[in-house]
Design a protein around this ligand. Structure first.
Ligand code: ADP
Ligand code: MG
Length: 256
């Protein structure tokens, strides 16, 4: 059965690579509207779990439910279309295009309506009248990159590129966004901006986040709940402060 308030449920998920169980009977739930952290030592299976959830890998066993519907084995674009989105690095060939063009490249079939409606209603504009360009500008506004709209994406700093990657998911009207190590290689100023955007999307649009992050201080500041993975399965779950004190977690990071 589906427990109240969960948007994502992963049940007994397993994925092997040539005898190595990268994900090994993993079970977890993410609460709707939460910012949930996913931590664990290198090789714990966090990125593989993301690949399974977003359809880029097919599980050997187990199920993935998104908003109560089974999405196990669906192709990535179908999952993206349902509003379960992850960020991707801007491909090399798109770096010569402008920041705005990069957003307009998101295929139309992936563009949803849910997130945009609140922006449209006050202006009494009918949904159909909001073109891709308007959506792209609204997404840029959300991540504070409007001033950069006509610059080539390749001119953005590493941190600004992460904001653009996040903006690309906004084009798809996400209910839930998965971020794999958003803090990696981002300077503190831009990290604060990225953090603010994540919080704003949660507060104003109810977007749920699942975030893989190594920086435990960042996880503590940002996340309501933390799930700890070790050896392909869930080891512990709870509020950040309690998790950091949990002896099993300390052991998984420092022991072995
Ligand atoms: P994490 O993101 O927690 O560091 P990963 O999910 O990247 O962990 O990796 C978990 C384990 O699965 C590691 O031992 C890794 O080498 C292995 N692995 C991940 N992807 C593949 C793959 N495509 N082929 C073979 N082994 C893989
Ligand atoms: Mg990883």
């Amino acid at each position: 059965q589906r427990s109240a308030g969960s948007i994502l449920e992963v049940k007994d998920l397993t994925k092997e690579f040539g005898g190595l169980r990268a994900v090994n009977g993993c079970t977890l739930e993410v609460q709707a509207g939460s910012i949930t952290g996913l931590i664990g030592p290198n090789g714990a299976g966090k990125s593989t779990l993301f690949n399974l959830i977003t359809g880029f890998e097919t599980p050997d066993r187990g199920r993935i439910l998104f908003r109560g519907e089974d999405v196990t084995g669906l192709p990535p674009h179908r999952i993206f279309q349902r509003g379960l989105c992850r960020t991707f690095q801007i491909p090399r060939e798109h770096r010569g295009m402008t920041v705005l063009e990069n957003l307009m490249l998101v295929p139309p079939y992936q563009i949803g309506e849910r997130l945009w409606n609140p922006w449209l209603r006050p202006r009494a504009v009918r949904r159909q009248e909001m073109g891709i360009r308007d959506r792209a500008l609204a997404a840029l506004e959300m991540v504070d990159l409007v001033a950069w709209q006509d610059r080539p994406a390749g001119e953005l700093s590493g941190g600004q590129r992460k904001l653009l990657e996040l903006a690309r998911t906004l084009m798809a009207d996400p209910a839930m966004i998965l971020l794999d190590e958003p803090g990696a290689g981002v300077n503190p100023t831009l990290m604060r901006r990225l953090t603010a955007v994540i919080q704003r999307l949660r507060e104003e649009r109810g977007v749920t986040f699942l975030i893989i992050e190594h920086d435990l201080d960042l996880v503590t500041r940002l996340c309501d709940t933390v799930i700890v993975m070790s050896e392909g399965a869930t080891l512990a779950e709870g509020p950040p402060d309690a998790i950091r004190r949990d002896p099993r977690v300390v052991e998984a990071y420092l022991g072995g």
